[in-house]
Ligand binder design. Structure first.
Ligand code: NAG
Ligand code: NAG
Ligand code: NAG
Length: 373
């Protein structure tokens, strides 16, 4: 075949280009044809006419060379692109300073345990929507501005997000510009000054919202505390069937020091010598039907406690801990996802993704804490 002759010819061409053209020109064979043409043109003008023929041949041979090796070039480009996409996952190397999987084999999400590119490649094709519910009763609306603005910078970027804000003061919800594919709905709740009432309302409203709307509309949901401020990436690595967060205050403590509800009269009762981790009440989430099960159970137990005139030590956080003891979370977020501003950074924590905001009592109202809001 005619192109079998192009090999020896090509060597000649390459030798010629190396000797007769500016340094670096011998790499032309790997340049796109159009660029080679431009370079040749530029060059012919600086030489006598006798050389022009040679350059035309050079151009033709380079073109043929590229044509024949196009197949290989495609393969090379493909391999490079795959490498850029994500690093090879390792079976042997990973973080050794913290646990990354629970004894019941649920992953614990820490920085350096996941590859964002790889995770996004999985979830972005699914066109998922993450409902995000926030309770802002009374003066808690003060936190909404920071919450929403920081969430728009860090939370579930590139995914559909629907915020549901529960408040007794819808008019006080700040106007925050939302990105593409992100929306916000404000839902009114009755005013109350008592924590048990507020917690009950929260669970009631959540249960109703999930049942009437979320089950048909969204895939995943998170219930987040309004006094959280995002300061780092919070993405699809947090998605799972039923997700809890490890409380930053107790993650290195033995479980007999956990502030579980210890009175057997409460539905949130956990006896000494039992427990897994101490989970924070600021974050829970997962697939909508799983969160629905959690919310229904907690609501029932909160109502029973109310009927028995007992209030769990840490309100719904106590009930969540009870629930997660018997219904193990399928994914656990490390304290990176619920840090507290006052705590100093320690070695295990490589990034603070979320921290609790200290309220500015001057801006808010002096009696902010006195009425247990
Ligand atoms: C993705 O989901 C959103 C919200 O649920 C919907 O409006 C949109 O049509 C969906 N897009 C595709 C391509 O399925
Ligand atoms: C919004 O969602 C659509 C799919 O429904 C997607 O094609 C588009 O890229 C998204 N936009 C942004 C800014 O994420
Ligand atoms: C609280 O808000 C007031 C009024 O906006 C401001 O002057 C003050 O510096 C703030 N305090 C803190 C600790 O941020």
């Amino acid at each position: 075949m005619w192109y079998l002759y192009t090999r020896p010819l090509l060597i000649t061409v390459q030798l010629l280009t190396v000797y007769s053209l500016p340094s670096g020109a011998f790499t032309w064979a790997t340049l796109p044809p159009g660029l080679g043409e431009v370079l040749i043109h530029t060059h012919t003008h600086t030489h006598t006419h006798t050389h022009t023929h040679i350059y035309i041949y050079i151009y033709i041979y380079i073109y043929i060379y590229i044509y024949i090796y196009m197949h290989n070039i495609n393969r090379i480009i493909y391999t490079i692109m795959l490498r850029l996409l994500y690093k090879q996952p390792s079976v042997l190397n990973g973080r050794k300073d913290v646990i990354t999987v629970t004894p019941w084999l649920a992953p614990v999400v820490w920085e350096e345990t996941f590859d964002t590119t790889l995770i996004d490649a999985i979830y972005k094709t699914q066109n998922i929507t993450v409902a995000t519910t926030v309770f802002a009763p009374g003066k808690y609306v003060w936190f909404l501005k920071d919450f929403l603005e920081s969430a728009e910078r860090h939370y579930m970027q590139g995914y559909h997000v629907h915020y549901y804000i529960f408040t007794d003061q819808p008019e006080a919800v700040p106007m925050v510009t939302l990105g593409a594919n992100r929306s916000l709905t404000t839902l009114k709740i009755p005013s109350s000054n008592h924590w048990q009432e507020i917690t009950l309302h929260r669970m009631e409203k959540l249960q109703k919202l999930i049942k009437t709307q979320l089950t048909n509309e969204v895939d995943y949901m998170f219930s987040l505390n309004v006094d959280t401020k995002f300061s780092g990436h919070w993405g699809a690595e947090t998605l799972g069937d039923i997700v809890a967060v490890i409380h930053p205050g107790y993650y290195s403590r033995p479980y007999n020091e956990f502030p579980y509800e210890r009175r057997p009269e409460s539905q949130a009762y956990i006896p000494q010598g039992m427990g897994d981790y101490y989970y924070g009440g600021a974050v829970f989430g997962g697939r909508v039907e799983e969160v629905h099960r959690l919310v229904k159970t907690c609501l029932m137990q909160l109502e029973l406690d109310k009927a028995n005139s007992i209030e769990a030590a840490w309100h719904e956080e106590s009930h969540l801990n009870k629930y997660f003891l018997y219904n193990k979370p399928t994914k656990i977020l490390s304290p990176e996802y619920q840090w507290q501003e006052l705590k100093f950074k320690i070695n295990d924590i490589k990034i603070i993704r979320v921290s609790q905001v200290t309220p500015n009592l001057t801006e808010m109202n002096p009696d902010f804490l006195s009425d247990s809001m």
